[in-house]
Design a protein around this ligand. Sequence first.
Ligand SMILES: Cc1ncc(COP(=O)(O)O)c(C=O)c1O
Length: 411
Amino acid sequence: MNHRIVGQHALTKTMLSNILKISQDAKAAKKLNPELIDATVGMLHHESGQIFTYQTVTDTLCSLKENEMYAYSPANGTAEYRNGIVDWVFGKNKDRIKNAFQINVIPTTGGSGAISNAVYNFNDFGQKILIPNHYWTPYENIAEEANVGVETFSMFDKDYRFNVGDFRQKAFALAERQKRLFLILNDPCNNPTGLCLSKADWVEVIAVLNDISRRDIPVILLHDLAYLDYHAQGFDGARDIFETYLELDENILAIIAFSGSKTFSLYGFRIGAQIGLTKSKDVMADFCRVGDYSVRARFSSVSRSGMSVVGQIFSRPEKKAAFQNELLTAREILKKRVDLFSAEAEKAHLQTLPYGGGFFIGVPTNNPDIFDDLVKDGVYSITMPGLVRIAISSVPLSDIERLVQILKKNV
Ligand SMILES: Cc1ncc(COP(=O)(O)O)c(C=O)c1O
């Protein structure tokens, strides 16, 4: 029988590297063996193993009125949410950014919804998007779902600095070939490496985008800043990079993918946003038209309680201040773990990638069987070619010395 139940385009869909599934396996294994180290989970946890939640978020959630919780949320967001998110993300640069750009906010189901709508709407089927060779693996699935492919550039040069040269070369080659450049950069606090680009790196990235745009090639920068609020340089330090945005050429569209999952520990609420920025009125009109359409067509609207909580924290100064204060505690937890990991790695001569903040430390490896070898020694991690991703967000201090030793033995 020649009976094909799925559509032609879905024939090859198979989830090969499923981070959430590996995390669930790790949890199940840890129940049987409490000594096991689970370094898979990209959620912040206390030393006790409990998930880290923010009191301001919980209090706001518990005080929501019925209509703030149960009603449909407006497809293009409440004013509190829309305005608050722009002020939050750009921080000290918000006035200059608002003066220089057309801006619009489209609420999405987490950062994932923002990325997936953008990849779908701003590429032709069969085209390729450009990402660094170390990347959050769902980018590949999101691309496949949108009928596009991925092409990579080397993220690091030989000194483990951001490889602007390779980025420039790959970006030009791809843009010339297909007459479009759609770039995803996950920065700061890159998942999986922990890298934070410097302001100088961003200046170079934007110069490349401008050069390509001046050849009359559409350029879309998708800036995934899921871990913005966990930058080791703090709230203001994390936002230095936005100054470089001011140089973006008129026709470029920047789309920021914001994740409420990470900033507010609202992982299960599926709240996020696309923030579109461009100097061109026409490009902005297109961004709004297709973005609003896709929200309605794909998931209709987002979690009302998520939007209400985030909107209230952004717009009420006393809540915002209390939340900012709690973020200091979250960053301090990460800092203590990273400091200990670095000290142990130095003692053990274990090489690690440069860490600038966030939930992950990258450890280079040449071992093709690294995942299985680590599991044999009682460590669950996410591995990818040449790299072990350690989610320091969920590894307590008490496990770090042992973790480093096991890594050293196997990489
Ligand atoms: C790099 C990166 N981008 C985006 C996301 C999206 O998160 P969410 O859809 O929960 O907002 C994640 C989540 O793990 C991530 O690691």
